[in-house]
Every structure is written in C-alpha cells, then in structure tokens.
Design a protein around this ligand. Structure first.
Ligand SMILES: NC(=O)c1ccc[n+]([C@@H]2O[C@H](COP(=O)([O-])OP(=O)(O)OC[C@H]3O[C@@H](n4cnc5c(N)ncnc54)[C@H](OP(=O)(O)O)[C@@H]3O)[C@@H](O)[C@H]2O)c1
Length: 358
C-alpha cells in the first residue's frame, strides 16, 4: 500500500501510475494474461469504450468482454448501462458516469486503460449538444486527455463520408473531429464505416417503418451499407494489434440505391408498403424536418434530409488489411426484418429484387 502511494506521488497528476502499465511499451503485449480465450479468461487489456451505449458500442463491448477484457463503460443513463452487466465476467464491466464536457471525468474513465475507443456520435443536434460539441470538441477532449494520461492506443470512429467540403454539417464536423484527434493523438487509428445495419439500426428499420424518408432524391442516392458486426469485429481485433496510425475506410461490399433497398425491404417483409408512400420534394422535406425539431424525440433533422441526397464516398475499402470479409446485405436482411412480416407470411420464401447498382 505504502509503495503504491509513493509510486502515485512520483507520477504527475492525471497520468497513469506504473501499476497501470499493463502492456509492454514496445510490443503492446499484455504483461499478465491467462486462461483460454473466453468469458472467464484474462486478456490482460483494460479498455474504455466511449459511446458504448450506442448501436455499435453494445456489440463492441460484448465482443471485448467475451475475450476476457476489462471494459470501462462511460454512461449517461443508468438504464442504458445496466444492460452491459451480463456481457462480462464478475468485475470485468466497470461502469462510470461521465460528461463529455468534463476533462476530469474523461481522465477518470481512461486512467487505467491501455486502449481507448471513441464511438461517440449523434445523427442530429439537440438543445444541449450540437454536432461541433460532440464530433469536434468532444473527440478532441477524449484524444488529448488520453494522450496526457499515457494511453497507448486510441481508436476513433468517424464516418465514410467525413469531408470538410461536405454540405452536411454532420459529415463536415466528423472530418474536423478527425483532424483534431490526429493533432492531439498523432498515432490514433481512424475508422470510417459506411451506414451500418443490424437489429436495432436506424436504417433497415427506418426503411420498413418510414419509407417516404428514403424516397427523397427519387430514391436514386447510392450508399454502401455495412454490417454492424463486421465493424464491431474489426474494432475488437484492433485491441490485440499494435497501434496503426492511419485511416481505414469500411464501406459495405456493394453500392446500392435507395430504390433497390426499398424493394429489398418490401420483398423481405412481404409488404408493398413503399409503393404507396409519397415522394416528398426536398423543400417540403426540409421544412417538415425543421418543424420536427420542436418535438422532444428525434424524428428527422434538416441535416439528415441533406444527407439523403449525398452518394456515399467511392473510396476503396480497407477490409483486406484488417482480415475481414464484409457481408452482403441480402442474406442478413431477413434476420433483421422478419419481425415486420404478418403471421401469414412469416415463413414465406424471399424473392430478392434485381440489383440496380453494384
Ligand atoms: N450508425 C451508423 O450507420 C454509422 C455509420 C458510420 C459511422 N457511424 C459512427 O459510429 C459511431 C457509433 O455509431 P452508433 O450508430 O453506435 O451511434 P449511436 O447509436 O447514436 O450511439 C452514439 C453514442 O454516442 C453517445 N453520445 C452521443 N452524444 C453524446 C454526448 N453529447 N455526450 C456523451 N455521449 C454521447 C451516446 O450516448 P447516450 O446513449 O448516452 O446518448 C451513444 O453511446 C458514431 O460516431 C457514429 O457517428 C455510425
């Protein structure tokens, strides 16, 4: 105990103490790890996942905890944090309440970790947080505090379409955030996934329930959807690889139009719902989205309307370098959309529509 106190007083405040140096500096191998890989093993890593309570974050935490990693989960809502408990063995999931605006709380969350993931992002602005405060100031704070605390690896999740020249504020601030992260933590790994789909996505589920929002731009916009589990696996694998200071683009394997995706969802759910959905002109959609901002639950934001008119970036994917083959959407669509079928058609076979873009 005395030794620990002495040692803490030797390091500067906010820095990790020597007993937190759980990986070797050169090889990034854990000093202590035991047991076969699995729930009750010890991977030897301590990892913080900011944005763990989101769609991608929940899958990532589950994967990391299953590898025997101790995961620090910064949360804002107690109910959201509760779901993580059974994901890891006793003591492996450590909950910490945090505020993205507080240096001290971010430092508390990363102090013992050797790897930090930043998955924080928001599709829409709220009265307390605009895109700038989440994607730029928040990302910069996490990166600079992680650097100051001596974290050895930072993985920052951005977006495939992040661009300073984008007409979308969301994409623009994502690109700005990347720049600030690289300045604060030069060896950070940046991950840029395309639109992700899975059980609780805001993509296939939204097409099934609100098809009119996907008919903007005459459904001609082209996107490259990617399976959330492929992205989560890539992120989890990065924990055991040495820090790579570069940007990885993770688009889905195919480029598809909204028109095709509407047909796909219609075929899989055995409902021709979207043929009755109206085509809304851009001006009216933007006006509706502006009015929708006065509701206290998210509906659609004017920036989302802008994004519906933007094709996904056509940069090549970097999957090969990460050793993962991204899944095609068709075989998985039934798994995620079967719940929208009626009892009569629950087990009917699917006739997939012909592809309109590839
Ligand atoms: N979903 C996609 O299709 C997609 C595609 C490409 C890139 N991305 C990026 O990938 C990352 C993860 O995406 P996702 O779909 O999992 O996002 P998500 O479901 O919206 O979750 C976002 C996470 O960020 C946290 N967060 C948002 N605003 C915050 C704030 N002001 N303070 C603290 N925490 C805040 C949320 O915490 P609370 O639960 O407390 O709100 C949640 O944990 C994001 O950076 C996103 O931009 C997503």
């Amino acid at each position: 105990m005395l030794l620990l106190r002495v040692q803490r007083s030797l390091v500067s405040p906010g820095k990790r103490a020597y007993h937190d140096m759980i990986t070797l500096p050169s090889t990034h191998k854990p000093v202590v790890s035991h047991g076969p890989p699995g729930y009750s093993a010890v991977s030897g890593h301590i990892v913080t996942v900011f944005g763990c309570t989101g769609f991608l974050g929940r899958y990532l935490v589950s994967k990391l905890a299953k590898m025997g990693t101790q995961v620090i989960i910064p949360y804002r809502d107690e109910d959201e944090a509760r779901t993580f408990k059974p994901m890891g063995d006793l003591g492996q999931i450590v909950r910490m309440e945090w505020d993205i605006r507080s240096d001290e709380q971010v430092a508390e969350c990363v102090r013992h970790s050797d790897v930090v993931y930043n998955l924080v992002g928001r599709d829409y602005e709220t009265k307390n947080f605009d895109f700038q405060s989440v994607h730029v100031a928040g990302a910069e704070r996490i990166a600079s505090v992680a650097a100051r605390c001596g974290v050895s690896q930072l993985v920052h999740v951005s977006h495939l379409n992040a661009s300073l020249a984008s007409p979308s504020k969301f994409y623009e601030t994502k690109a700005l955030g990347e720049e600030r992260v690289k300045a604060a933590f030069p060896t950070a790994t940046i991950i840029r996934p395309g639109t992700m789909y899975g059980f609780e996505d805001r993509f296939l589920n939204s097409i099934a329930t609100s098809p009119w929002w996907w008919k903007l731009n005459h459904s001609k916009t082209q996107i490259r959807p990617v399976h959330v589990l492929d992205v989560a696996q890539t992120l989890a694998d990065l924990m055991t690889t040495p820090q790579v200071s570069r940007t990885f683009n993770l688009p889905g394997p195919s480029t598809l139009t909204y028109e095709y995706l509407l047909d796909l969802v219609s075929a899989v759910t055995v409902r021709s719902f979207h043929s009755y959905a109206p085509e809304i002109p851009r001006g009216i959609a933007t006006a509706i989205a502006k009015v929708a901002q006065s509701a206290w639950w998210p509906i659609i934001s004017p920036d989302e309307v802008t994004r519906r008119y933007l094709n996904d970036s056509d940069v090549p994917g970097d999957w090969n370098e990460l050793g993962i083959t991204p899944s095609e959407i068709e075989p998985l669509a039934l798994k995620y959309l079967r719940r929208y079928r009626s009892t009569d058609s629950y087990t009917s076979p699917v006739a997939f529509p012909a592809r309109t873009a590839s």
